[in-house]
Design a protein around this ligand. Structure first.
Ligand code: URA
Length: 216
């Protein structure tokens, strides 16, 4: 699996990542969602560089111009609920994309142990398409692997791109083990480790809560 860590080449992306981490700024949910969306747009741009392009002729008021335009059939799949702002950012750039939504959450067996429960599958046919899986926090990697398993009944995509904001090495190694070899991971930042509750350290906290509020 080819892994691209965007923060390795510093850019304006780091401003958005610093704001979602910064506890003085991240508490504004509208700003938090907007920053995740902007990171989604940057990830979309990077992913688009390895699409297939087909030359099409565009008519302007003064002539014509041949332009290579993306030819991939894109499906963006998000994990509810934290994936939604990232999904919107990806969709801002891939206007014609189809969309899939799957709920995945941790079912706690004890303070430190959990398993992943998935549900609410709303997905189009994936056969031969470019599947982009949006998961902002790649912590243990178990949710995204459970989603991959659940998507099998919708067909085999031509290629899979994982679009993530912050991850931990452990999660990256887990997805490397479970995803097809030609999967590409695009991730804004990679942090040191997970704590004993499976949260990324230093990370940012709970992305779903910061975007949409706490839940019971
Ligand atoms: N999900 C989050 O929202 N944050 C983490 O650190 C890990 C998983």
């Amino acid at each position: 699996m080819k892994v691209t860590i965007l923060e390795k080449e510093p850019s304006v992306l780091n401003t958005f990542i610093s704001e979602i981490r910064n506890r003085a700024v991240q508490q504004d949910p509208m700003r938090f969602r907007k920053n995740i969306e902007r990171i989604g747009e940057i990830l979309a741009y990077e992913i688009s560089r390895c699409f297939e392009y087909r030359t099409q002729t565009v008519s302007t008021p003064l002539g014509t111009k041949d332009m290579p335009l993306p030819n991939n059939k894109v499906v963006i799949c998000s994990i509810l609920r934290a994936g939604l702002p990232l999904h919107n950012g990806l969709l801002d750039y891939f206007d014609g994309a189809e969309n899939a939504f799957i709920a995945a959450g941790r079912k706690h067996l004890s303070e430190t142990e959990f398993e992943i429960e998935t549900g609410y599958y709303a997905a189009p046919n994936l056969e031969g398409k470019t599947l982009i899986l949006a998961d902002p926090m790649l912590a243990t990697g178990q949710s995204i692997v459970a989603v991959l398993e659940g998507l099998k009944k919708y067909g085999t995509p031509k290629e899979i791109h994982l679009a993530c904001v912050i991850g931990a090495t452990e999660g990256i190694q887990y997805v490397e083990k479970h995803f097809p070899k030609n999967t590409r991971l695009w991730i804004a930042a990679v942090d040191e480790k997970l704590n004993n509750k499976g949260y990324i350290i230093p990370g940012l906290g709970d992305a779903g809560d910061l975007a949409y509020g706490t839940k019971q």
